[in-house]
Design a protein around this ligand. Sequence first.
Ligand SMILES: Nc1nc2c(ncn2[C@@H]2O[C@H](COP(=O)(O)OP(=O)(O)OP(=O)(O)O)[C@@H](O)[C@H]2O)c(=O)[nH]1
Ligand SMILES: [Mg+2]
Length: 222
Amino acid sequence: MKKINVVEKVLKANDTIAQENRRRMTVAGYLAINLMSAPGSGKTTLLEKTLPVLAPEYESVVLVGDLQTTRDAERLGDLAAEVTQINTGRGCHLEAQQVAEALNGLKLERGGFLFIENVGNMVCPAAFDLGEHLRVVLLSVPEGDDKVAKYPTLFQGADAILLTKVDLRGVLDFDMARVRDDLARINTRARLLEISSRSGDGMNQWFDWLREQHASRTAAGG
Ligand SMILES: Nc1nc2c(ncn2[C@@H]2O[C@H](COP(=O)(O)OP(=O)(O)OP(=O)(O)O)[C@@H](O)[C@H]2O)c(=O)[nH]1
Ligand SMILES: [Mg+2]
């Protein structure tokens, strides 16, 4: 029982900091998007394709979480106004405090998008609010069509679910109906988009979804 109390306290402290992060980003005019998925589902590649398209219309700032290395930040460095790599060491997810510290080092003057690429993991990141406005969960075709049912917590909290690497559908068995059935049981609210960063399929729908979200959130005053 004591142990459960400790965990609850940690999450409560995290939530308080997350609320403040959200307030800061809202006031500064940034729509914050938390990208979550298993390792290798295509989060960084998606950002590599997305940032240049958004650039004429919006400033983008990126925070990237990884256990080690600055490789993802290096991939994105020339594509965003600012990129901050957060190394979590052994931590399997980002926490609100790490995002708060990263925000302290950013200018956040022009408004736009603030993308947070979470640590590649299908379990831990789901429990930690970072102060994002929207959660986007990626599921790639090579991971298999059973993952929504096996890792429901991640998909339950998603505002959008991106089925990525659809260019590989022809070479791998992947039953889209199974994914839709599983989602119908746990999350009917999220927008489901089928995309490929490689072939470009579905990417315009993703860009339009981002623009719509930005417009509606800004119009609503955050
Ligand atoms: N065929 C195909 N490969 C892709 C696509 N998107 C990404 N990849 C490949 O998938 C691999 C992993 O992509 P990343 O973007 O690094 O994945 P990630 O989710 O950022 O990985 P972590 O940061 O380690 O969690 C790379 O070899 C990409 O080239 C796609 O749409 N189609
Ligand atoms: Mg990455």
